[in-house]
Design a protein around this ligand. Structure first.
Ligand code: GDP
Ligand code: MG
Length: 163
């Protein structure tokens, strides 16, 4: 069985874009509309053909408890809970938001191995963005641009080190 890596984060941070970049597929739905990814999406990352892993793109993890949003949130939490490694994706352009803080609190309780991935680093001052997220207390922060395929090799290497 392949190791499982889960992409977790609030809507619109670029989880699906990162999923596509790592799996090189168009399976994941990418859209400007926040929360458009409703299902779990699984794909295999084969950037190192010797060490493939399964990647799951979760939808909004912090949703209302009722209806579709609630079901999506429950599915996303279930995917994260069974993952060998979680990639907590945040938006370097927006900075840390209340919703990011909520997800962080939930991830701390879950206590799974987790890497902080700061996406959309393109066009930002990386040091300032890193400083903003330093309070989240992750030993390692990976700064990437999924859309521009920046930092993906480093991210991939970090993931493999932890699987
Ligand atoms: P998700 O809701 O977390 O799955 O986010 P999406 O992957 O659907 O991306 C949301 C929006 O952010 C889309 O308009 C993407 O094109 C854009 N986006 C994703 N990654 C990047 C990036 O690295 N840089 C920039 N500037 N935009 C990005
Ligand atoms: Mg998505």
């Amino acid at each position: 069985m392949l190791p499982l890596v889960a992409l977790v984060g609030r809507p619109n941070v670029g989880k699906s874009t990162l999923f596509n970049a790592l799996t090189r597929s168009r399976d994941a739905l990418v859209h400007d509309q926040p929360g458009v990814t409703r299902d779990r999406h699984y794909g295999v990352c084969r950037l190192d053909p010797e060490r493939p892993f399964l990647l799951v793109d979760t939808g909004g993890i912090a949703g209302e408890e009722e209806g579709l949003a609630g079901a999506t949130a429950r599915q996303a939490r279930a995917a994260a809970a069974e993952a060998d490694l979680i990639l907590f994706v945040v938006d370097g352009r927006d900075g840390a938001s209340a919703l990011d803080d909520e997800i962080l609190a939930w991830l701390r309780k879950l206590a799974r191995p987790t890497l902080l991935v700061i996406n959309k680093i393109d066009g930002t001052f990386e040091e300032a963005v890193r400083a903003e997220f330093a309070r989240y207390g992750f030993a390692d922060m990976l700064a990437v641009s999924a859309a521009h395929r920046q930092g993906l090799d480093d991210l991939h290497a970090e993931v493999l080190e932890r699987l």
